[in-house]
Ligand binder design. Structure first.
Ligand code: AP5
Length: 216
């Protein structure tokens, strides 16, 4: 049983890797981005509040995200371990996570930092396609679906995220550098951080993660 956090800039491959790794290790995949997008689509109070922040590419307020995550952690599957993708996003959230886990008598075991260069990020985000049905990620050229516009897993329609446009990507990268990058040192100091070079092929990055988990 493992409790893993994935850190890295937008487009590092957090969602792509978390999905596969979670299946392989039988862990729950918790993506705050996916949870927020589900709330936006369903028109919940969380979604209505989060939408304008997400469209601008800035962080949704901590109070909202922490509350949403805390509720997710009340679900029973969490007990078998999880991979957090997109949370924490700043030091305040990292401390909130510790508090939430402390109430459950646990803590984070491992943090992967997916180091990715800017050119690769832009190419990945501008070509990303997401399934409306199951949320799986594809890429127009890097990881194309077998049939254009159709999800290989569930047959759902693929769409382009509204924040995957040049201006918003620029904002997201600035927010990442200012708010999220300090988490690298924070987790390094705790001795839980493992760095990975994530510009390479997805399968290679995945196997390196599996290897590091085995030796952790
Ligand atoms: P979120 O959904 O978390 O977006 P993000 O962090 O910007 O990360 P991405 O989903 O863009 O990238 P990823 O690393 O998952 O890459 P992916 O695997 O898809 O957040 C969106 C918004 O929600 C935020 O801006 C904020 O407003 C809000 N939010 C979310 N969490 C929050 C929080 N905790 N606090 C406050 N606000 C929050 O890969 C990208 C593409 O590359 C895909 O097309 C994929 O197919 C391709 N690809 C992946 N890996 C490879 C590879 N190795 N080789 C080739 N192609 C690859």
């Amino acid at each position: 049983m493992m409790r893993i956090v994935l850190l890295g800039p937008p487009g590092a491959g957090k969602g792509t890797q978390a999905r596969v790794l979670a299946r392989r290790l039988r862990l729950s995949h918790i993506s705050t981005g996916d949870l927020l997008r589900q709330n936006v689509s369903a028109g919940t109070d969380f979604g209505l509040e989060a939408k304008s922040y997400m469209e601008k590419g800035v962080l949704v307020p901590d109070t909202l995200v922490n509350k949403m995550l805390s509720r997710r952690f009340d679900e029973p599957d969490i007990k078998s371990g999880f991979i957090l993708d997109g949370y924490p996003r700043n030091l305040n959230q990292a401390r909130a996570l510790e508090e939430i886990l402390k109430t459950k008598g646990s803590g984070i075991d491992l943090v992967f930092y997916l180091n990715t260069s800017e050119g690769v990020i832009i190419q990945r985000l501008t070509g990303r396609r997401v399934c409306k049905g199951c949320g799986a990620n594809f890429h127009a050229t890097n990881m194309p679906p077998k049939v254009e516009g159709v999800c290989d897993n569930c047959g759902g329609a693929l769409y382009q995220r509204t924040d995957d446009v040049a201006e918003t990507i620029k904002n997201r990268l600035e927010v990442y550098a200012k708010e999220s990058a300090p988490l690298i040192n924070y987790y390094e100091a705790s001795g839980k951080l493992k760095r990975l070079e994530a510009d390479g092929e997805a399968g290679v990055v995945l196997e390196e993660m599996v290897r590091l988990i085995k030796f952790s």
